[in-house]
Write a protein that binds this ligand. Sequence first.
Ligand code: SAM
Ligand code: SF4
Length: 431
Amino acid sequence: MPTVYIETYGCQMNVADTELMLGHLGAHGYRRTDAPDRADVILLNTCAIREHAEARVLGRLGELARHKQRRPEVRLGVTGCMAQHLRGALRERAPWVDLLVGPDGYRHLPELLSDDGDPHVALRLDPSETYADLPVAREGGVRAWITAMRGCDRFCTFCIVPYVRGRERSLPGPLLVEQVRALAASGTREVVFLGQTVNAYHDGAWDFAELLARTAAIPGILRIRFTSPHPADMSERLIDAVASHPAIAPQLHLPVQSGADRVLARMARDYTVAGYEALVARLRARIPAIALSTDVIVGFPGETDDDFAATEALLERVRYDSAFLFKYSSREGTRAWKWGDTVPEAEKARRLELLIALQERISGEINRRLVGTDVEVLVEGPARRTPGWMAGKSPQLKTVVLPGPAAAGDVVRVRVEAATSHTLSGQVVRP
Ligand code: SAM
Ligand code: SF4
């Protein structure tokens, strides 16, 4: 049996795509391996969101060239967003790569691999490709990631995703419900629906609120999450669904990107700061226990000191539980690319550091307020940093470590004894 090794870069969508490729190749006789040294096929499933992500993969391709030197029969492929983004340029910079396969080309992997002639490419975007009929080889465990929709139609001016992942399309709702049912039967306790604008999900009959409501009714599924919703697509029906189904976790990742209207308009985000904050207020009124997180970009072209100060002020006002903070990275092909990269690197780094310090303080304050309270933890497995302890998540997606006794899949009540900006820890208490 030929073996395949896949290394995944970037977001959860890519992790899910890797599971899809492993499932599809598995059905064609390939066995998965964790050892690139012995693999017949080595694939890097890549990300193009920031330049840094692409630089890492180029570095890794340089290292992998030695496998090709020692074993010329190894097939080396680049899949995913960076293959789609760099196309020919990638072949010039890493001519030892045999295969370039974009996000809509995974179906062709078996045939591309069976033909060991010239290098192959599958970079045509196909707006109807959902891979609905392909098997997925999931990691297993307490949580499963499920792709609900692919692509994006929003074209935020900084973002490469619509160009490399193509137009938005949703998987059929009944099929997703069947997948969740099967996962529940095999021990999965939490599902996370994925999509670049997952709340724009619509399969022609069901909207996203309907999909969530149907999933929430499946026995055995204790928690349902989704990422990332777009603020402009947060319907009242969706808020109602989250508020009314106990299985839908009170936690939302709601990327804001900037706290300045001027910047939001140039980013083409389709909401204002006031509109976004009104949405946050509605969410908190309807779902009092909700935890919020966000994404922010600093140093977007033309971002002034005042714009940045507005972002700091927004983080202070909203008080997110956590935030992913990024320096703007100019991506060729996007609309903002033409506006240059006007904020100097040192200034971007300064702004980023200020935001990180601000958010760490806020996250720490929010988490420390939980000391002395009880949280319900869905245990996932051994804690990474505390040998002998277990770790899991609260409904609000906060990492909680505990000494046990508990096994993966258990739900235990934990009295929080200590908190940092990233983790809670405590002891199991009887209900
Ligand atoms: N679809 C999601 C949304 O709109 O919220 C986000 C998808 S993207 C993979 C994740 C985050 O990467 C974005 O929310 C944004 O903050 C960041 N990002 C996207 N393009 C970027 C760029 N050119 N430079 C820096 N950060 C970027
Ligand atoms: Fe990119 Fe905007 Fe689409 Fe998110 S919504 S993937 S940021 S274009």
